[in-house]
Design a protein around this ligand. Structure first.
Ligand code: 8X3
Length: 247
């Protein structure tokens, strides 16, 4: 999970966007960020700043601008991607520690990144906030009281932000993925690999790259186009929990 903030210019084409951006990549695992940085630097020659940051630390988020090199300080695009689900307990069996972790990561950290970086966008009157929501922000399902509640909150804050920023040149987008096979279910099942495999058994799930593609799409529309919400499901999926098995 990486929250990425990057600087871009008004461009529509992927290559130009990437080569026109400075990237700020923050996440907990520095070695993964470093590997990504090396790859992107080699392929696209873009300037990249990486930092190991746990989004559960509000202080680490609000003090991030102080640590950014001068030419990375003006953030034009904020992608709030970090998020997780822990467990699938019924509401009367929730582990409250897990619920607190989900609330801190999925809700508070997004609000903190927005509080930290949107003021600069307002000052410059340009910017784009892209929040990673979920189909779980549109539906509620068995065992999803904690996680679905946090993603409904992301949906609500995204809509409220669009109201707050209406009249500025700042766009606000929500992306709501369905079944994407990343580390998401490994984390949710706490490493139960059989349970993780069962989630996607017999279907062809979305990949992380499919979602990145949607971020890029939203970020590269012409200035008069504001993509409000993209709901993207796997092809053999009609709702969060209705996954048809591929024959
Ligand atoms: C992940 C999608 O359906 O597992 O956000 O909640 S789902």
């Amino acid at each position: 999970m990486a929250s990425a903030l990057y600087k871009s210019y008004s461009v529509r084409d992927q290559t130009v966007l990437i080569s026109g951006c400075r990237l700020i990549l923050v996440a907990r695992r520095l070695e993964r960020l470093q590997a990504l940085k090396d790859k992107l630097t080699q392929e696209y020659k873009v300037p990249i700043y990486v930092e190991s940051l746990d989004v559960q630390s509000i202080n680490a988020i609000t003090s991030l601008p102080d640590r950014l090199p001068e030419d990375f300080k003006a953030v034009d695009i904020l992608v709030n991607n970090a998020g997780l689900a822990l467990g699938s307990n019924a509401i009367h069996e929730n582990l409250l520690e897990d619920v607190a972790t989900m609330v801190n990561t999925n809700i508070l950290s997004v609000l903190a990144f927005c509080r930290t970086f949107i003021p600069g966008m307002v000052k410059r009157n340009r910017g784009h906030v892209i929040n990673m929501s979920s189909i779980a922000g549109h539906e509620a399902y068995v065992g999803g009281s904690g996680y679905c509640a946090t993603k409904h909150a992301v949906d609500a804050m995204t809509k409220a932000a669009r109201h707050d920023l209406n009249g500025t040149d700042i766009r606000v987008t929500s992306i709501s993925p369905g079944a994407v096979r990343t580390e998401f279910s490994v984390v949710r099942t706490k490493g139960d690999l059989a349970a993780e495999a069962a989630v996607y058994a017999g279907i062809d799930p979305l990949r992380a790259a499919d979602i990145a593609d949607n971020v890029l799409y939203a970020a590269t529309r012409p200035p008069h186009v504001q993509v409000a919400d993209i709901v993207v499901l796997a092809s053999y999926q009609s709702s969060a929990r209705n996954l048809a098995r591929v024959k």
